[in-house]
Write a protein that binds this ligand. Structure first.
Ligand code: FAD
Length: 408
């Protein structure tokens, strides 16, 4: 159809293209929708590589157990895209084809040495991700070709990775700068180091001198602090509405340090990646970890459930009506799991918590319990649905608390 219809443009999720059409920046004479080409949305472990079809949405990639195990850096990058709505529609193929230096999956694909597979009437060809992107909006994709997927080498047991993105907000935000790290760590020594920088040059670039400075070295926090300024050398950022050139340079150095640190010492930093590894399910719909941790007041964390024989240590500080009787799932009480996002996550460094409440408790009771009752800017998703304060909670509910984004 592409060959037969000159000027026709593919549309997958439409999250990039339709915005451009509404702004008058794209006026294609015809659209060819590929969003129901189900053979393009397969994710397969082929042994040495993982195949991720171009039609896979960011939501499906970030929730895929295969991707979480074999190419977790891509799962992290996909989970950092936009918002749940955008991740449910936007596809890997659309992200690649848009060829934006701010495209979140691109640094990940480049750092993982992925190959992008394109197909046209002349057949299929695979192009290294590092050679695919030629400029903002320009790629090696030929006329009449379609991206069918990406082939990613499977992570081995010694491979480490991290993705860090700084946007103007924690969600629904295009990167001001981003960094994807992929490397091998054996006996404390780094090898095959790849550090890809997004949003700081016309295309995603590798920080080659930084990579070389780490290659074969025993990694320490001091070494990282010493070499990460080299990330600036690879960057040639512009000043735009999202950030100045100087700000981007400073941030790309900071993000490179954070990403390398998290890759090497993942257990020291609480971030959503722990969730991808632990439970590749619907609750993976997270956002990129906070880039800077401000020293805000710590959120009061109710005690984790104690064995029945031990007294509740903080019982006096709880409103009498909310005292848990017997924790979890018995006749009088329910147990819910609470995850804090964005700013709220910064105030809750210990990650998701389990909260016991009397049966019949509502979202408003939960707000009181976690000392958020006075904030009018908190919303609750109960089992992924937006719920209001009078929603009665049930045993086992998963509750995400966050500030509303945009119009709420
Ligand atoms: C509010 C909002 C927030 C966003 N946030 C982010 C973000 O945080 N990070 C980020 O990276 N992006 C973000 N985006 C951009 C966008 O959502 C992603 O780039 C998404 O992956 C695009 O995929 P799509 O399927 O919607 O592409 P579409 O809009 O359908 O297509 C985009 C372009 O790719 C072409 N195309 C699509 N599929 C193929 C294919 N298989 N082969 C060849 N060409 C193809 C289309 O012809 C079109 O030119 C955001 C967009 C919006 C509207």
């Amino acid at each position: 159809m592409l060959a037969a219809e000159p000027g026709a443009v593919l549309v997958a999720g439409g999250t990039d293209l339709l915005v451009k059409m509404k702004d008058g920046k794209a006026r294609p004479p015809a659209l060819i929708s590929i969003d129901r080409a189900t053979d393009m949305s397969a994710i397969q472990d082929t042994g040495r590589t993982v195949w991720v079809g171009a039609g896979c949405t960011h939501a499906s990639i970030s929730r895929s157990r295969v991707v979480a195990e074999k190419a977790p850096l891509l799962a992290a990058a996909s989970a950092a895209v936009g918002s749940p709505q955008i991740r449910n529609r936007g596809t890997l193929g659309g992200n690649i084809a848009t060829a934006s230096p701010a495209g979140d999956t691109i640094p990940a694909l480049i750092a993982m040495d992925a190959r992008i597979v394109a197909e046209g009437l002349a057949g299929q060809r695979a192009i290294e991700a590092g050679r695919f992107f030629l400029g903002p909006g320009r790629s090696a994709l030929g006329a009449g070709e379609i991206i069918v997927g990406a082939e990613i080498p499977c992570d081995g047991p010694s491979d480490v990775w991290a993705f860090r993105k700084l946007g103007q907000r924690q969600a629904m935000s295009i990167s001001i700068a981003s960094v994807a790290v992929h490397a091998r760590l054996e006996g404390g020594v780094l090898s095959r180091v790849a550090v890809a920088l997004g949003s700081v040059a016309p295309v995603v670039v590798r920080a080659r001198r930084l990579e070389q400075a780490l290659e074969g070295e025993r990694v320490t926090a001091e070494l990282l602090a010493q070499v990460c300024p080299m990330a600036r050398e690879a960057a040639s950022p512009i000043t735009d509405i999202r950030g100045s050139r100087d700000y981007r340079l400073a941030m790309v150095e900071a993000l490179a340090y954070q990403a390398l640190y998290v890759a090497v010492w993942p257990d020291e930093v609480h971030e959503p990646r722990a969730k991808w590894a632990a439970e590749a399910g619907p609750s993976l719909d997270g956002v990129s970890g906070p880039c800077v941790r401000h020293g805000r007041g710590q959120l009061h964390r109710p005690e984790q459930p104690q064995p029945k024989t031990e007294p509740q240590t903080d019982a006096e500080s709880e409103p009498a009506s909310l005292k848990a009787t017997t924790p979890g799932g018995d006749g009088d009480s329910i147990r819910v799991r609470v995850v804090f996002f964005g700013e709220l996550a910064v105030r809750s460094p210990g990650g998701p918590m389990t909260v016991d409440l009397p049966r019949g408790s509502t979202v408003a009771d939960l707000y009181r319990r976690v000392e958020l009752a006075d904030s009018s800017y908190v919303v609750a998703l109960v089992n992924h649905r937006r719920e209001f304060d009078d929603k009665v909670l049930s045993d086992g509910d998963e509750i995400a608390l966050m500030h509303p984004v945009g119009g709420g």
